[in-house]
Design a protein around this ligand. Structure first.
Ligand code: OGA
Ligand code: ZN
Ligand code: ZN
Length: 349
């Protein structure tokens, strides 16, 4: 067999029981491997490949299919970038991914995969009980407790410390960009929504960022390379995070959007750069405001949205302030949801 992988990779990835604990974890560190290792001899015994090295008496053992598969793959698999997503505008979603909470045991894998691929799922018929949103988060992962508590009530409040707790409209945004790490999932569960207004909107920020890249590449470059600071200050909290509005991975793929003018701090960098930044920021905001990108939903009691807060922006229209609208929200994280999906897939074989 022709070996594509270098000696150090082969030595590091040996599958034998001296190299790995029974749980599969490696028992050595990279510095335990001689630096000048060379492959001396390859022996093929059926499906087993045995490799001897110059400079190390250890014989490494591999399964042939495993070795072929891993040496042919030339890129890391990161499920978080645009490459792993099905991005959308409204026309791409004639049917919204929606599942009944009563069938959730049977549909859980599909529902959670929708969050990974499409960026959100709508669960219907979640009991309109206080705190039920936490049960939804517990069904796939772990609630992220913040200074707002384990859950937060979205309704008109006296002396609101956040626009969410007024009857005002809220334009498309991601939540809590002033945290690093940001909560990667958000849940919004509708308990009551009887008055006029208060419709919800969702926008795929990855699609919007990709449109910006195609239409105005200079603006895209500005937003991916300018670090801005988001902050939230209240009596019991002072949070800030400094990141670009559009985050890329090292291969230039879109990986994270932070967009929220409420908490954006004064941008620094001199007049010319600040003006250039605002041209780019406005260009992105104009794309995010396009009606063809905004999926409008009216949440009914029992509806619970689960969405990727690094990707999907949410919005609401203004509503009658007489106490007819009450949502409960919480945060959670997408690595836990992805883990649940992987375990469920494994169980299905
Ligand atoms: C929020 C928010 C939207 C709504 O609480 O983060 O944006 O529908 N609320 O009230
Ligand atoms: Zn070994
Ligand atoms: Zn919000």
């Amino acid at each position: 067999m022709e070996l594509a992988a270098p000696a150090i990779w082969l030595r590091d990835n040996c599958s034998c029981e001296r190299c790995r604990h029974a749980n599969g974890q490696k028992l050595h560190g990279v510095n335990d491997i001689p630096a000048d290792l060379r492959v001396a001899e390859v022996n093929e015994i059926g499906d087993e490949i045995r490799i001897r090295f110059d400079g190390d008496p250890h014989e490494a053992v591999f399964d042939r299919a495993w070795l072929t598969r891993w040496s042919e793959d030339d890129a890391e698999e990161d499920g978080r970038t645009e490459e792993a997503k099905r991005t959308w505008s409204v026309a791409d979603l004639p049917v919204v991914p929606a599942y009944d909470w009563s069938d959730y045991q049977a549909s859980r894998l599909d529902a959670l995969e929708a969050v990974l691929r499409t960026g959100f799922v709508l669960l219907r018929g979640v009991p309109t009980d206080d705190g039920a949103v936490l049960d939804v988060a517990d069904s796939f992962g772990f609630v992220r407790v913040t200074n707002y508590g384990d859950l937060f009530d979205v309704r008109v409040a006296a002396d609101p410390n956040n626009l969410a707790f007024t009857a005002l409209p809220i334009s498309p945004h991601t939540d809590n960009p002033y945290r690093d790490p940001v909560p990667t999932l958000q849940l919004l569960h509708c308990l009551r929504n009887a008055g006029r207004g208060g419709d919800s909107g969702l926008v795929d920020g990855f699609r919007a960022a990709a449109l910006l890249r195609a239409e105005q590449p200079e603006a895209f470059d500005v937003l991916t390379s300018t670090e801005v600071t988001f902050a939230f200050v209240a009596v019991d909290a002072e949070l800030r995070a400094t990141r670009p509005m559009i985050g890329l991975d090292t291969r230039g793929r879109i990986r994270e959007v932070r967009f929220n003018n409420r908490s954006l701090q004064p941008v620094r960098g001199g007049a010319a750069r600040v003006e250039e930044f605002y041209r780019a920021y406005r260009a992105f905001a104009e794309i995010l405001d396009r009606p063809e990108l905004r999926l409008v939903l009216r949440l009914r009691p029992g509806d619970c949205l689960v969405f990727d807060n690094t990707r999907v922006l949410h919005a609401r229209t203004a509503f009658d302030a007489v106490g007819e609208r009450h949502l409960q929200g919480c945060y959670a994280d997408i690595d836990g949801l992805a883990s649940t999906v992987a375990v469920l897939r494994r169980e299905l074989g």
